[in-house]
Write a protein that binds this ligand. Sequence first.
Ligand code: FES
Length: 262
Amino acid sequence: MARQHLVTIADHRPVTARLRWLALQAGDLARDVRPGNYLLLRCDDPGDGYRLLRRPLFIAATMPELGQVALLYEAHEPGLAWLARRSVGETLDAFGVFGRPLSLDSRLHNLLLVGAGAGLAALIFAARVAASHAAVTLLAVASDPDGLPPSFLLPGATEYLTGTGADLAASVTAMLQPAAGVSPLAWADALVAALPPDALTVLSQVVRTVRFRWSRGFALALIDIPPGCGVGACGVCAVELRGAACLPCVEGPWFDLRDIER
Ligand code: FES
């Protein structure tokens, strides 16, 4: 059950010119969170009503031995810019945990993660957990190198492939359907994607081209959660999936890619 956590900042630093790593002292969260979970963070000072809504931020790592969880984010709007100005030792107001966790079957041998933007944090967490029992490849795309998480955030055994360019969908296609060589999709047992909608559409097309069979459960994809209530009350995150209304904040945010494709 989601609840309020008043957490202390244990570490807060830039890891690229755009991305910041934020570690929070939160022993109960460090014990309970799973890959795919997110927190809703209050990102304003009292009285700053114009940034009222809490920001959803995916958990990128947990360090139970330190009693910490870590987030990875880009300060691309006023609320997150406020967060970027917070210092070690300050207290933050977090609500959570939200989001159905990703199921990372212990029988999994080859996990392929494909992502861009805010969802990359969840993929990093997935890589850190799955690396104990599976070969993990993370394919990250961004408009420029500063949008790519540094490799030191990943377990050493992770195969980390990156692509940059203004057209993220084109970058995904080039990496998953190479002109020469074998696509990482060919040998993956499972795929988890966190991409913008146009890149997800392209990803679906590439999966259909490369894979002989695409069974349900093979590919999970993220539907973005906008700032909102997180509990199904405000309707701001509502989308239509297979002809029915869906609230990703409570029913997702991870769905079978076959249910999302257009
Ligand atoms: S964020 Fe309010 S209903 Fe989903």
